[in-house]
Design a protein around this ligand. Structure first.
Ligand SMILES: *Cc1c(COP(=O)(O)O)cnc(C)c1O
Ligand SMILES: [Zn+2]
Length: 502
C-alpha cells in the first residue's frame, strides 16, 4: 500500500525518518562511546558493549497501542528497507537512513503451530518460529542485516571505505556474513574463519559460493574466535561476530516479531532459545525489555535458554542459586550435533548476566530459566519434529528438548504457550540425520539410533536386471512395460497396497 493511503493518524509515523542518539556502553566499566566508528570492545577495559539510545524516552511519548498499529500497518508497505527487521526501525537502528538499509529478505519468519500429535508427545502447546527460513537459512541474517546496514551507512557518509569484514563461525555466521557482504561487494570484502571439519558441508559451501575468502583453522570455534579477536585488535578489519553490538540490535527483531505475531499478548508465553555464543538469547531478552519499556507489551514472556550437556557453560553458571556466589567458568566442549551452539566460552556472557538480572528484576520474579539436555534428546526431538511437518535443525531440536525438559521440571505448565526457536534450516545439518539413520554417529556423541526414527531409501530393482533403463539408453516400449509392471508390483507390496477391482 502507498503511504498516502494509510489512516491519517498513522501517516506521520509510517515511513520513519532517521532519529535517535545511539551510543555504545561498556558492560564492564560503563564508559560510553559515540557510534561514529566500529567498536567491538571497550577501549578502556576490554569488555563487550551494548548499543543504547539516549532518546529512547521520546519513543515512550507514543502510546504502546499506537506503536502496535504502526507496526501492523507497516506490514502493508512495499518499501524494501521496511520489509525486514527494520519494520521496527525506531527500536533497531533509528539513526540509519532507509537508503543505507540492506534488505535481502530476512526476518518475519513463520510461526508454525505443532500438530496435535507432536503437542501430545511433547506435553505442551507450542509453535516453532522458523528462523531457518531466512535468506542464508539461519537467524544470523537478522544481525547481519543490521551490522551491514550500519557499515553501509558508514561508507555512504564517508566515514569508512574498502572494508574487510571478518568473522569466526560455527558455520552460520560465516554463511550470513558472506552473503550480506557479497551484496555490497564493491565496498566490502569478507573473510571467514572456520574450525576445520567442525562445520557441515552445506555451511562450508555457503561462504565459498558467496565469494568470501574462507580460512579453515585447526581446533574448535573458541580457538577461531581468539584469532579473529587478535586480527580485529591489530588490523583494520570489521568484526562481524556477535561481539559486534550491531548484531545484537538486529537480532532483537526476533522478539519484536513474536510480540506482533501473537497480537502483543505475552502473558503465559514462553520463548525457548538455544545458546551458543549467547548473542541471540541476549538480543531476544533485550528486545522484549525494550517493547515492555515502551508499553508495547504488558508482560515479559518467560525465557528458557537451552544448552547441550556437551557445551553447557551458561547452564552451569546458573546452577548456583546465590547470585553473589556465581562464578563463570568456560567449559571444554565435547562433540555436539547442535554444532552451531558448540561453544565453551560464550563471548556474550557479560551481556547475559546483566540482561538476565534486569529481566528477572522487572518481571518481579524469576522469569529466565536454563535447561541442559542430552545429545540423544536433541537428535530425537529434531527428527520427531521434522516427522510432524517442521524443518528444525539440530539446534531447533535442542530448543524443543529443552522445552520438554522444562515441562517435566514444572517450569512450563499447561497454562503456557511456547514459541520455540528453530534457529537454522534442517538441510544445513542433514549430515547428522544421515549418520543417525545409518547408525553411524561417532560414539563420543553418545547417541543411539532409535529404530522408530530411522528412515532410509529403498532401491527397487526388477527381477530381470539386464533390462533396466539408463541415461542415454532407454528401454523399448515393450521392455519398459515389463519393467514398470515389475517395479510397481514391488512398490505396492512394500506399501501393502491391494490392487483396484476394475
Ligand atoms: C549461531 C547459532 C546458534 C547459537 O546462537 P548464539 O547467538 O551464538 O547463542 C544456535 N543455532 C544456530 C543454528 C546458530 O547458527
Ligand atoms: Zn569498559
Amino acid at each position: 500500500m502507498k503511504p498516502d493511503n494509510f489512516p491519517k493518524d498513522i501517516q506521520p509515523f509510517i515511513v520513519p525518518q532517521p532519529q535517535g542518539d545511539l551510543f555504545y556502553q561498556c558492560l564492564g566499566c560503563e564508559s560510553t562511546y559515540p557510534i561514529k566508528e566500529l567498536l567491538y570492545v571497550c577501549p578502556e577495559c576490554g569488555q563487550v558493549l551494548l548499543i543504547h539510545n539516549r532518546d529512547f524516552d521520546n519513543l515512550k511519548k507514543i502510546p504502546g497501542k499506537t506503536w502496535q498499529r504502526i507496526f501492523d500497518y507497516r506490514r502493508m508497505l512495499n518499501i524494501p528497507a521496511l520489509k525486514g527487521i527494520y519494520r521496527y526501525h525506531e527500536f533497531i537502528g533509528p539513526n540509519i537512513p532507509l537508503n543505507s538499509i540492506i534488505y535481502l529478505g530476512e526476518g518475519h519468519t513463520p510461526v508454525v503451530e505443532a500438530n496435535s500429535r507432536l503437542q501430545a508427545r511433547s506435553g505442551v502447546r507450542f509453535y516453532y518460529k522458523n528462523d531457518g527460513q531466512n535468506p542464508s537459512a539461519s537467524f544470523k541474517d537478522r544481525g547481519m542485516a543490521s551490522a551491514l546496514s550500519y557499515i553501509k551507512f558508514l561508507v555512504d557518509t564517508g566515514l569508512a571505505s574498502n572494508i574487510i569484514a571478518i568473522c569466526a563461525s560455527t558455520g552460520d555466521t560465516s554463511a550470513s556474513a558472506a552473503l550480506y557482504a557479497s551484496y555490497l561487494s564493491s565496498d566490502i570484502k569478507s573473510a571467514v574463519l572456520l574450525p576445520y571439519k567442525k562445520v557441515t558441508p552445506q555451511q562450508l559451501s555457503q561462504p565459498l559460493g558467496s565469494g568470501a575468502r574462507v580460512f579453515e583453522i585447526p581446533g574448535v570455534f573458541d580457538d577461531c574466535m581468539k584469532i579473529v579477536e587478535k586480527l580485529s585488535q591489530e588490523y583494520p578489519v570489521a568484526l562481524l561476530n556477535s561481539k559486534n553490538a550491531w548484531r545484537i540490535l538486529g537480532q532483537e527483531s526476533y522478539a519484536y516479531e513474536i510480540a506482533q505475531d501473537f497480537e502483543y499478548e505475552m502473558q503465559h508465553k514462553v520463548v525457548v532459545v538455544p545458546i551458543g555464543n549467547a548473542g541471540n538469547i541476549s538480543a531476544v531478552m533485550n528486545g522484549f525489555l525494550k517493547f515492555y519499556d515502551a508499553g508495547i507489551i504488558d508482560f515479559l514472556p518467560r525465557i528458557i535458554g537451552v544448552q547441550s550437556e556437551h557445551a553447557d557453560p551458561v547452564f552451569r553458571y546458573y546452577l548456583e542459586p546465590d547470585k553473589a556466589r556465581r562464578v563463570f567458568k568456560p567449559v571444554t566442549v565435547k562433540p555436539s550435533v547442535a554444532q552451531a551452539a558448540m561453544i565453551g566460552n560464550p563471548v556474550s556472557m557479560p551481556r547475559v548476566i546483566a540482561i538476565v538480572n534486569r529481566y528477572n528484576q522487572i518481571s518481579g520474579k524469576q522469569n529466565v530459566f536454563f535447561a541442559q539436555v542430552t545429545e540423544q534428546s536433541i537428535m530425537d526431538w529434531s527428527l520427531e519434529a521434522n516427522r510432524n511437518g517442521h524443518i528444525a535443525c539440530t539446534q531447533g531440536g535442542e530448543s524443543l528438548a529443552g522445552l520438554v525438559k522444562s515441562v517435566e521440571q514444572g517450569i512450563v505448565t499447561d497454562q503456557d504457550i511456547a514459541i520455540v526457536d528453530a534457529t537454522a534450516h534442517a538441510i544445513k545439518f542433514s549430515g547428522f540425520q544421515d549418520q543417525y539413520f545409518q547408525k553411524a554417529i561417532p560414539h563420543e556423541y553418545k547417541i543411539q539410533s532409535s529404530q522408530d526414527l530411522i528412515n532410509e531409501p529403498i532401491l527397487v530393482m526388477p527381477e530381470n536386471k539386464e533390462k533396466i533403463p539408463a541415461q542415454g539408453s532407454p528401454l523399448s516400449d515393450d521392455d519398459f512395460k515389463l519393467f514398470a509392471d515389475d517395479i510397481s508390483r514391488s512398490i505396492a507390496k512394500a506399501l501393502k497396497l491391494e490392487k483396484n477391482d476394475n
